[in-house]
Design a protein around this ligand. Structure first.
Ligand SMILES: [Zn+2]
Length: 334
């Protein structure tokens, strides 16, 4: 009947319009992502030299993440790099036997050694302290031992700079490593203006969370380089060339256990640093309840548990840092 055919025609026309609209929105979103990705990280500068650089991180891949560019450039200038790893890189679970854990630790260490060798850094410059992931550095005596180790190394090496991860409530081992570096620099009387921290990840920003979801469907992925918690200034990016960024991305290929492609997508940007912040560690940021992301996302997922960390609660971490700061009062200095 003519009437029905007419209705069919209208329905198909509507579907075509809707599909065209979706295609237009999708194209625009991809174009916006492309334009967004053209913005360079600013300001840019070079802090490297041809002397010894000391990097202190928690895990075997954090060195490439925070300082892939700084390491390469130091070597290019005829310098030398040492890396301290505070944690063993393997989070235990009920199904993981001790033998399997040991094998995994060895594997992660060999990945870091291959990354360092690729840059021309000898294996003896890697210092593995091997505190158990997410557990070892919740024991104050272990933390103090790590402080002493790093302080001695600073005195021995007299580095031109020390690089570490920011205290940002992303991973408890990163945060405790920040505390260790802060205390070790103080113990070794190393000038704080030559200690720098780098962002890796935190769980504060709602925008990052939403854009990552959007990236799942976009053809052109929005670049989301790590972002410092406020105050972001005076942070800067190492002035890396395209070639240097490509080289940093290739370093992630050594970390087969850590999804190299994901590492490259997430951290394949110029190194970013700012002078080491000197927070009151007992105030967090492991308790992010003021953040929008916590209010809209994490609150429902984590309830009263620490939204950022494994087994401990926010209160446990507050007490741990309080105790550590009491034992090392100078760490309270701002
Ligand atoms: Zn890490």
């Amino acid at each position: 009947m003519p009437g029905t055919r007419n209705q069919d025609h209208n329905v198909w026309q509507d579907i075509v319009w809707v599909l065209a609209g979706v295609a237009a929105v999708y194209t625009l979103a991809n174009a916006a992502a492309f334009l967004f990705n053209l913005r360079p990280l600013r300001p840019r500068k070079d802090i490297t030299s041809g002397d010894t650089l000391l990097i202190v991180v928690a895990h075997q891949d954090d060195e490439a993440i925070i300082a892939g560019g700084a390491m390469a450039r130091t070597l290019d200038k005829g310098g030398n790099v040492h890396v301290v790893y505070t944690a063993d890189g393997v989070t235990r679970g009920p199904s993981l036997t001790e033998d399997a854990a040991r094998a995994r630790i060895a594997r992660r260490e060999s990945e870091s050694l291959a990354c360092l060798a690729d840059l021309g850094i000898p294996g003896e410059n890697a210092h593995f302290l091997r505190y158990e992931n997410q557990e070892g550095l919740t024991e104050p005596p272990n933390v103090m031992r790590a402080v002493d180790y790093v302080a001695e190394l600073i005195k021995e090496l007299e580095p031109y700079a020390i690089l570490t991860s920011a205290f940002e409530g992303g991973h408890c081992d990163h945060d405790m490593t920040h505390f260790i570096v802060s205390r070790a620099a103080e113990t070794a009387r190393f000038p704080f203006e030559r200690v720098f921290e780098a962002p890796e990840y935190n769980r504060y920003y709602l925008r990052e969370y939403l854009l990552r979801k959007l990236n799942d469907i976009l053809f052109v992925k929005v670049n989301l380089p790590p972002r410092f918690l406020p105050p972001v200034s005076p942070s800067f990016a190492l002035d890396m060339s395209r070639g240097e960024i490509a080289r940093k991305r290739r370093l992630f290929g050594h970390f087969a256990t850590q999804k190299p492609q994901r590492l490259a997508a997430r951290f394949g940007f110029p190194d970013q640093f700012r002078p080491l912040s000197r927070p009151d560690y007992a105030k967090g940021p492991y308790d992010p309840r003021e953040s929008l992301r916590y209010r809209f996302v994490d609150r429902w997922k984590h309830k009263d548990k620490a939204p950022f960390y494994g087994g401990l609660t926010n209160e446990d971490y507050r007490k741990l840092y309080e105790r550590l700061q009491e034992e090392t009062p100078a760490a309270n200095a701002r």
